[in-house]
Design a protein around this ligand. Structure first.
Ligand SMILES: [Ca+2]
Ligand SMILES: [Ca+2]
Ligand SMILES: [Ca+2]
Ligand SMILES: [Ca+2]
Length: 259
């Protein structure tokens, strides 16, 4: 899957680079790159759009390469160039995120690795804000960045050693730990039953309450890749996952598979 992701990233970059850098085509190229990065990031976790650039006609993205490094690229004036590279990480990055955790208007870059480490950088001077050296996890399998509690700030929602952990997105202390065993490769956070509170959805088939962190609905796996999509247009997202080459949809509100 990672190899496919990297191939897709290179393909996207090649498509952009391949287009002639005519001044009149530049805005279209930037839009095309933004579209590609959004699409790729929805399927491949090692890839994320970077939602901040100095100028409006630029676009940027981050991705985790196969050499334990996070790289940031900037598309500017018809050219794609690398603007930042992390130091070698403890293990290969499994997912990368670019979200403004501290609300200062600039995204932070967040990743976790096969070495069960979490890293967070700010992106003005690219100072490392946190490396989770003291957590001593055996494994980290999935992560999401979301607001899962009463304060307005974002949390890191991490599945470490098969339990969901919340970390404060500014001070990085552990806020909460679940008790239910889960084993996801991807975590999504959204309101999938229409009660106006978000749930945590794991690709191994669980829907957890964001407040209690206990399982409120379970199926035998939603599939991977997994995403959310309102297929019946009733305003409530369905869970969509791939299993054995088949796309399936679940309506969590009605507790049934609908497709
Ligand atoms: Ca920030
Ligand atoms: Ca919060
Ligand atoms: Ca809900
Ligand atoms: Ca729906």
């Amino acid at each position: 899957m990672l190899t496919t992701a990297r191939a897709a990233v290179l393909l996207a970059a090649a498509l952009v680079l391949g287009s002639a850098p005519r001044a009149s085509a530049q805005d279209e190229d930037v839009d095309a790159l933004r579209f590609e990065t959004d699409l790729l990031s929805s399927v491949y976790q090692v890839f994320a759009p970077f939602p901040w650039t100095e100028k409006p006609d630029q676009a940027s993205f981050v991705y985790a390469d196969s050499k334990n490094t996070i790289r940031q690229y900037l598309y500017d004036g018809g050219r794609l160039r690398e603007t930042w590279k992390s130091f070698p990480l403890e293990g290969a990055a499994q997912a990368v995120f670019a979200e403004d955790l501290n609300g200062d208007g600039r995204p932070e870059i967040i990743t976790f690795t096969t070495g069960a480490r979490i890293y967070v950088w700010e992106t003005i001077k690219y100072t490392l804000l946190w490396e989770s050296v003291e957590e001593n996890f055996e494994t980290i399998s999935a992560m999401a960045i979301a607001n899962v509690d009463r304060d307005a700030a974002l949390e890191l929602v991490v599945c470490a050693d098969n339990l969901i952990h919340y970390y404060d997105g500014v001070e990085f202390f552990r806020d909460k730990v679940g008790r239910d065993f889960v084993d996801p490769r991807v975590i999504l956070v959204a309101d999938v039953d229409g009660d106006l509170t978000d749930e945590i959805i794991t690709d191994d088939g669980y829907v957890l309450d964001t407040n209690t962190l206990s399982i409120e609905y379970a199926v035998e796996g939603f599939g991977y890749p997994m995403s959310l999509f309102d297929i019946d247009n009733d305003g409530i997202l369905e869970v969509m996952g791939e299993k054995g080459g088949v796309i399936q949809f679940w309506d969590v509100k009605d507790r049934r598979e609908i497709w």
